[in-house]
Design a protein around this ligand. Sequence first.
Ligand code: NAD
Length: 368
Amino acid sequence: MNAPIKRPLKQHIEHNHPAAPERSVFDHREFKGHEQVVFGHDRESGLLTIIAIHDTRLGPALGGCRMWDYATTGEAVTDALRLSRGMTYKNALAGLDLGGGKAVIIGDPRHDKTAGLLAAFGEQVERLAGRYITAEDVGISAEDMEIVASETRHARGTRATGLGDPSPYTALGVFVGIKAAVAHRFGSDKLNGRTISLQGLGHVGMILARMLHDAGARLIVSDIHQPSVERAVAEFGAATIEAGKAHKAEADVFAPCALGAGLNDVTIPAIKAPIVAGAANNQLAEDRHGQMLKDRGILYAPDYAINAGGVISIAVAKPGGGEMAVRDKVMAIGQTLSHIFERAAALDLPTHVVADQIAEERLASAGR
Ligand code: NAD
């Protein structure tokens, strides 16, 4: 499964005969009960895509399409399998009647992405007859999704089907999630006078910063992009901290809103805040880091529970609106997290384990 992918893609398919895979997809460590994995190719455009449908017990599998310059086919398979399973859990925990899936397109989005390739991907999605619903992800923009949608009825987050950029809804979910964590830890959800260390002032982080500021919180901000830091200082009177040191800030909440794997052997011992609650995906470098946070007495809001606002906006929005229904469902993220925190405390378990349990219970009940 580690055959290197050489460019250009079309020639790769026509002239290369990759070595036999090291092991079958069925034996892959991330396979874990996938229902269907489709390998798609289009001769004209050179499209190479893998669409992984993990679980459709709750409904059609919804998950974005990622375009990435994977070094090997094996890497692309691993990503598709891992991300699609993650979507099953995320959609189940968010209370959506949707399963989990994910598509990856192999190629460099800056050089290999053409209208023909996107249209060919749309055809592949259409062939699955609604079992998989696609949306944008890393390397695929809203404009790209419009081209995909010209070939399939099963694309979301487009002008015809959505509310546009999901980031404001992700930020709203993280905001109510932080309030739920603060309530659990301090007995009141008031943010007035609380200090939040916010790492990453991008699409989600900047909107979250404004919400927190408006609710009376003090902000300590960090970003590798200096103009964003300067903007937060000017608009919210935020204090600043070096980008790599946000977890060390004296704060009530550390909110990672930049990259994944930020909770690891190096950072966890240095975290000063009693709460970690932010938008970033895959915050725990490894599963065991959830236990490590618990051992340090740090309350962790599982990433896929707190950052579900974006997928909720994509799933619930209807052509021409549906904003109120989306907001109601996003606000419910606060209750879901309170439930996770209470059950984790009662069972003396890490919060990420309890989040998985709740998602699995919902999946099991749908299967009956
Ligand atoms: P973004 O790319 O707009 O913003 C990320 C920000 O983090 C940028 O400003 C970048 O300069 C900054 N950054 C990068 N490395 C940093 C570092 N080491 N320290 C401090 N700052 C750093 O991304 P986004 O859309 O705001 O998403 C943020 C996170 O939330 C990502 O992990 C994303 O996967 C996750 N997420 C986003 C959404 C959404 O709706 N946008 C939904 C779910 C999860």
